[in-house]
Design a protein around this ligand. Structure first.
Ligand code: ADP
Ligand code: ZN
Length: 231
C-alpha cells in the first residue's frame, strides 16, 4: 500500500506512521527525519538547511523532491509500499511527486488527511520529546517514557526539537495554512483523500484505519475497484 500522510504539524503523522509501519509492514519515509539526520551529521546539505528548518520555514522544493525521488527509485519502496510523512508539503511538490510516480508507474493509493484542532496541536508539540538516537517520539503527558528523558526503546537521551517552541510552532502553522493546506484539495480532486479525526489518540486511529483498510480491501476484491473509497 502506498500512502501519503497529510496534516498540520502536531497532527501525529510520525507517531501514526510508526504504528502503521509495524501493522502494514511498509516503509516510513519522513522528510523531516531525513533532513534532521543531515543536520546531525553536518553534511553540506545539513548545514545549508539548518537555519530554515530551525526557524520553521520550508526547505526548497528541489531539495526535498530529489530526496524523495532517490528513496522511491533507489530500492523497491516505489513498488512495495510506503508512507510518505511530511512530503509533499507544497503544490509544486505534489505535482513533482505525481511526475515521479507516473514515471515509475506506481501511483499512491491513499492521501490520509489527519485533521487536528489548534489547542491539541500546540499541546502535542510543546510537550513532544524525541529520542536523539532512534528518533522515537514521546510526550511528557500523553506518552511519557518509563524513565524521565530516556528512550524506552533504545536507552537514548530524549531532547526537545529546537523548532518545537511556541514562536516557531506558530510560524510552522502559518506556513502549513499557506503552503500545505491547499494540497488537501489537490488529492480530493484525484479522489484519493481519506479524512480522519487526528485529535484522537494514535493507537485508536491506527485500529480504525486497519479496520478501514481491511474492509475496503475485501470490498475492492469483490468489486474490482481500487483499494479505498475516497471521501
Ligand atoms: P512537523 O510535521 O512536526 O512540522 P517535520 O519533521 O515533518 O515536522 O518537518 C520539520 C521541518 O523540516 C519543516 O518545518 C521544514 O523546515 C522541513 N521539511 C520537512 N519536510 C519538508 C518538505 N516536504 N518541504 C520543505 N521542507 C520540509
Ligand atoms: Zn531511542
Amino acid at each position: 500500500m502506498r500512502i501519503i500522510l497529510l496534516g498540520p504539524p502536531g497532527a501525529g503523522k510520525g507517531t501514526l506512521a510508526k504504528l502503521l509501519k509495524e501493522a502494514l509492514n511498509i516503509a516510513h519515509i519522513s522528510t523531516g527525519d531525513i533532513l534532521r539526520e543531515e543536520m546531525k551529521n553536518q553534511t553540506p546539505l545539513g548545514m545549508e538547511i539548518k537555519k530554515l528548518v530551525e526557524s520553521g520555514a520550508l526547505v526548497p522544493d528541489e531539495i526535498v523532491t530529489k530526496i524523495i525521488e532517490n528513496k522511491l527509485t533507489a530500492n523497491k519502496n516505489g513498488a512495495q509500499g510506503y508512507m510518505l510523512d511530511g512530503f509533499p508539503r507544497t503544490k509544486v511538490q505534489a505535482e513533482q511527486l505525481d511526475a515521479i510516480l507516473t514515471k515509475i508507474r506506481h501511483p499512491i493509493d491513499v492521501a490520509l488527511y489527519m485533521e487536528a484542532s489548534v489547542p491539541v496541536i500546540i499541546q502535542r508539540l510543546t510537550g513532544r520529546r524525541v529520542c536523539k538516537k532512534c528518533g522515537a517520539p514521546f510526550h511528557i503527558k500523553n506518552r511519557p517514557p518509563k524513565k524521565q528523558d530516556i528512550c524506552d526503546l533504545c536507552g537514548g537521551e530524549l531532547y526537545q526539537r529546537p523548532d518545537d517552541n511556541e514562536e516557531t510552532i506558530r510560524k510552522r502553522m502559518k506556513v502549513y495554512l499557506e503552503s500545505t493546506a491547499p494540497i488537501v484539495d489537490y488529492y480530493h480532486a484525484q479522489r484519493k483523500l481519506v479524512k480522519v479525526d487526528a485529535d484522537k489518540e494514535s493507537e485508536i486511529l491506527k485500529d480504525e484505519l486497519m479496520q478501514l483498510f481491511n474492509d475496503q480491501g475485501k470490498a475492492s476484491h469483490k468489486s474490482g475497484h481500487g483499494p479505498l473509497k475516497s471521501s
